[in-house]
Ligand binder design. Structure first.
Ligand code: G6P
Length: 362
């Protein structure tokens, strides 16, 4: 049938979409380059960003996780305060808004009812919103003041992969453009760095057997799995854990390395798999000591580190990219681990139970 043709040689959409990621990132860059090859976004969006004193990012699921990374990008590059909220909670736990807020709705489908609920409410209050979406003409795009498209192409698998990395690329471009508009000299070349990140993603994608081996040795007979990281690695851990639980049904949780000792470490037993992520030089010592703590309690640790920060016992080393862009690369092995774990367990990779690609009820 038609869906088989679209899948081409791939057994699953998810694998196809994982593989497409390097070209998606290259495509996003080209879509946001002007005639001189410089990164440039719509001047109305630039003005809206410049004119706001605080950004409120709203999303659900994987798009919420992209928002967490986006907060770091915007704060570090453009020095603009950002809050990130889960859409379904925003209206109950409504933050006290700043004087000139700008809302950024992140949604692959642009149809998620929870996110739309927030948009409708803040529009009533007279605030402006920018939607970052993969679907031109979607509800959230039409109802917001501005749109930035993620240009990832249709995403069919329920578990989001290429839409997430495309969201990260667009957030990088937005943060860079915002910094530039404010006259900041941040010494970051988005075109060059994103292209290096795309190459690094490709290298990881070409090492699939390695991820299969990891699944075989850590996840073949487990009922749970923990992902630990600090700083931005923690946000990627949340996404890695979500991928694993969504499609393999292994109970998985992402934790901030420093929080382990405040409760979670009680769950570590002999053989409990722990995936640890390390891409940021500033937290290397701390996450390595968390790894020691869980190993001392019997955990079986799969350490994934970035070149330059690795130790010989690390299970996987990802190529070096700019620290801002590490999530684009470090998420790839986590996506593939989830994929192979689901395959290994005979799960329906593209259509996991109880989940829908786009959730249009609140
Ligand atoms: C659903 C999907 C998730 C997705 C979330 C948000 O729950 O199963 O994969 O992250 O909705 O979707 P959106 O289209 O708003 O990004």
């Amino acid at each position: 049938d038609a869906s088989d043709i679209e899948k081409g040689p791939y057994p699953h959409y998810m694998l196809k979409e994982i593989d497409e990621q390097p070209s998606v990132i290259r495509n996003v860059v080209s879509k946001y380059q002007d005639r001189n090859g410089e990164i440039a976004i719509d001047s109305n969006i630039r003005e809206a960003m410049k004119g706001s004193d605080r950004i409120y990012i709203i999303g659900c699921g994987t798009s919420f996780h992209a928002g967490l990374v986006g907060k770091q990008l915007l704060e570090k590059m453009a020095d603009v305060p950002v809050e990130v909220h889960v859409a379904s909670e925003f209206l109950y736990n409504r933050p006290i808004l700043s004087g000139k807020p700008l809302f950024i709705m992140i949604s692959q489908s642009g149809e998620t009812a929870d996110s739309r609920g927030v948009l409708v409410e803040i529009k009533k209050l007279g605030y402006r919103a920018l939607t970052i979406t993969n679907v031109a003409g979607s509800t959230l795009s039409r109802e917001a003041d501005y749109t930035l498209l993620t240009h990832a192409g249709p995403e069919i698998a329920v578990a989001s992969t290429k839409a997430y990395t495309a969201q990260l690329a667009v957030l990088t471009i937005l943060a860079y453009d915002c910094a530039k508009a404010k006259g900041m000299d941040i010494g970051f070349d988005p075109v060059g760095e994103l292209s290096l990140a795309a190459n690094a993603m490709e290298i990881m994608i070409n090492r699939k057997e390695k991820m299969e081996e990891i699944v075989w040795s850590y996840l073949s007979a487990t009922r749970n799995c923990f992902f630990i990281g600090r700083s931005v690695d923690y946000f990627v851990c949340l996404e890695g854990a979500l991928k694993l639980k969504e499609i393999s049904y292994i109970q998985a949780e992402g934790f901030a390395g420093g929080e382990l000792k405040h409760g979670t470490i009680a769950l570590i037993e002999e053989g409990t798999p722990v995936v640890a992520l390390l891409t940021q030089a500033s937290i290397a010592g701390n996450i390595r000591s968390n790894v020691q703590e869980v190993m001392a309690r019997g955990a079986s640790v799969c350490m994934i580190s970035m070149e330059g920060l690795e130790e010989s016992s690390d299970r996987l080393v990802i190529p070096k990219v700019h620290e801002y862009l590490a999530p684009l690369v470090s998420v790839i092995p986590l996506q593939l681990i989830a994929y192979y774990a689901a395959l290994f367990r005979g799960c329906d990779v593209d259509k996991p139970r109880n989940l829908a690609k786009s959730v249009t009820v609140e």
